[in-house]
Design a protein around this ligand. Structure first.
Ligand SMILES: Cc1cc2nc3c(=O)[nH]c(=O)nc-3n(C[C@H](O)[C@H](O)[C@H](O)COP(=O)(O)OP(=O)(O)OC[C@H]3O[C@@H](n4cnc5c(N)ncnc54)[C@H](O)[C@@H]3O)c2cc1C
Length: 420
């Protein structure tokens, strides 16, 4: 492929075969582009591999909320807590952490919440369209989710979350303790409050979902290449060269969907993204002693429990430690410990653990945009805690932007220019 020219405007590369890259690639290919997806890993080998699989289409609460800063010392002191910072990385992370704190101002939270709502609300319909009925029914469940809390004190953040739910018409049913136990008999008595969100869903296997998109892309005539992109080179006459570990390719247009690594791909072009990784962990109990009927999101402890094809998956925690420091298996063990505390009767000692890199921008919103300085260069990254939920919707929006069509949702909140 070295030295070849983009023979038509339709020739497009997507860098990144995660949920965001592949959902975009399938929509683009079906819309008439000739798409090649490049990834150093096989499809779904990044953050999209090991997430909790929640398709939280009702999710409209940003991560940074007013007053949260005062909770941070308590979380950091707790070895089982939802947040950890590697002190060796603190100086590098400081600008992002400060921006994250600033994003917690009330007026910014209200704006981010509306933008999350717009991106997520039709998420399941977009997956239905993207996957088609057979894959959708095979991979996606739409019976809802349960959110739980410990203690009787309703925190300031929880009050605000409920206000945002009301503002956006989120459907939630508060569950009395006996109703919760009817639904999920195995749940710990430590849980004192619960809500059922019937419109949310989950996937039983995020990796297989991404792999199915790779198959759908090939079926539609698109291509996948397992190559690491080393540099993007905009060409004087238009188009781009992509230099990879084993190739030098030319494309008319590019989409960067490289998850947490997107920042380093774009930096040489002077495109600045305040992207940081919030590392997260999972522990899967294979052959668990019971089948969890609905996913449970433990809001007080910051993790989720989801019944998946490989077992019962506990996933969560945030670790600020960048892309290069080694994983800390203790964090995965902490997630497992929390999971076992939530389901005291759970048996099963065959456990696998994993760490992945959430691509996070401080305001909890992704960037989905064309770079003004380089027409034809598009970005879709930074989906943080809800990339699985927003994957298909992002693909829809990207495909409209690339085709120059009017998108179904207002793209303004996801613009790169908001960070200027
Ligand atoms: C513990 C945990 C739990 C989570 N739970 C949920 C959940 O329940 N629901 C939800 O909605 N979201 C959840 N998320 C978030 C979600 O997983 C991510 O937001 C989403 O997977 C991001 O997708 P992506 O395609 O942007 O990135 P990725 O899946 O990381 O894909 C990016 C790809 O780009 C490739 N790449 C990068 N640089 C290059 C290069 N130079 N050359 C070639 N390829 C490159 C990488 O190899 C990678 O495959 C969770 C995340 C974690 C860590």
């Amino acid at each position: 492929m070295a030295g070849e020219r983009p023979d038509d405007e339709a020739k497009m590369a997507v860098v990144g075969a995660g949920i965001v890259g592949l959902a975009s690639a399938v929509f683009l290919q079906r819309g008439g582009a000739r798409v090649t997806v490049l990834d150093a890993l096989s499809p779904g080998g990044g953050a999209s591999f090991g997430n909790a699989g929640l398709l939280s289409v009702e999710s409209c609460v940003p991560i940074s909320l007013p007053g949260m800063l005062w909770q941070v010392p308590k979380w950091l002191r707790d070895p089982l807590g939802p947040l950890a910072v590697d002190w060796r990385y603190l100086v590098k992370a400081a600008p992002w952490l400060l921006a994250w704190v600033r994003a917690g101002r009330r007026e910014k939270v209200l704006a981010a919440s509306a933008a999350l709502r717009a991106l997520h609300a039709e998420g399941l319909e977009h997956y239905r369209e993207l996957l088609g009925p057979t894959h959708f029914h095979d991979l996606v469940r739409t019976q809802g989710q349960v959110q739980v809390w410990e203690g009787d004190t309703v925190s300031r953040e929880e009050r605000l979350a409920h206000e945002l739910w009301e503002r956006h018409g989120v459907v939630s049913e508060s569950l009395a303790p006996h109703e919760l136990r009817q639904l999920i008999p195995e749940i710990s008595p430590a849980v004192s409050r619960a809500a059922f969100l019937p419109k949310n869903g989950h996937t039983v296997n995020p990796r297989r979902l991404v792999e199915s998109l790779a198959s759908l892309l090939r079926e539609a005539g698109g291509a996948l290449r397992q190559e690491r992109v080393m540099k993007l080179l905009p060409q004087a006459g238009g188009g781009f060269r992509l230099v990879t570990n084993v190739g030098d390719h030319r494309f008319a247009k590019l989409l960067i969907a490289g998850g947490a690594w997107s920042k380093q791909l774009l930096a040489p072009l002077g495109v600045r993204l305040p992207l940081e990784t919030e590392r997260g962990y999972h522990a899967v109990v294979k052959n668990p002693s019971f089948e969890l009927r609905l996913p449970v999101l433990h809001k007080t402890r910051g993790f989720a429990a989801t019944a998946m094809e490989g077992g019962l998956r506990f996933a969560g925690t945030v670790e600020i430690a960048g892309l290069d420091l080694p994983m800390k298996e203790k964090r995965a063990e902490a997630v497992l410990k929390q999971g076992r505390a939530l389901f005291p009767s759970l048996k099963g000692d065959d456990v696998s653990i994993w760490m992945g890199y959430r691509p996070s921008l401080p305001d909890s919103l992704p960037v989905i945009d064309e770079v003004a300085a380089f027409p034809g260069l598009f970005i879709a990254c930074g989906h943080g805690h809800t990339g699985m939920t927003a994957g298909a919707a992002t693909g829809r929006l990207v495909s409209a932007l690339v085709r120059g069509e009017r998108p179904r949702i207002d793209p303004t909140p996801y613009r790169l220019a908001r960070f200027r």
